[in-house]
Design a protein around this ligand. Structure first.
Ligand code: FES
Length: 122
């Protein structure tokens, strides 16, 4: 089963608290893994100021996870998401690839909301 599939049984239910906004560096990112039986769902959050976006941790180039090390999803300057595999870079605000082997494609959104400082799944 693809980790990006919306029917992935390991994908967390809506309303699950993930963390507090201040638990993520600014700018920064934080990865999450959920497992149910043999299924795995991997997602990550990206923070820029008060804005937090969520994406499925699967590169549109060939489906690999983006980060080699925990929570290291951003470039050194913190203004782009980086896939460590082959160097694709993505805009944090909408997940569009703006450079690399999958330019023009997009990360799969993992919708989240910030409620009273807490990031929750939608
Ligand atoms: S798997 Fe991400 S750039 Fe190739």
């Amino acid at each position: 089963m693809s980790r990006t599939a919306p029917d992935n049984p390991a994908r967390p239910e809506p309303g699950l608290p993930l963390c507090r906004v201040e638990d993520i560096s600014d700018p920064g990112a934080k990865g999450f893994r959920f497992r149910k039986d043999q299924a795995l769902f991997a997602g990550f959050l990206v923070r820029q100021g008060d804005r937090v976006a969520g994406y499925v941790d699967s590169c549109p180039h060939n489906g690999w996870p983006l980060a080699v090390f925990d929570d290291l999803y951003l470039t050194r300057t913190g203004d782009r998401i980086l896939c460590a595999a082959h160097g694709a870079v993505f805009r944090p605000e909408d997940g569009v690839c703006v450079g690399g082997p999958c330019a023009g494609e997009s990360l799969t959104p993992w919708p989240v909301a910030v409620v009273e400082g807490e990031v929750r799944t939608l």
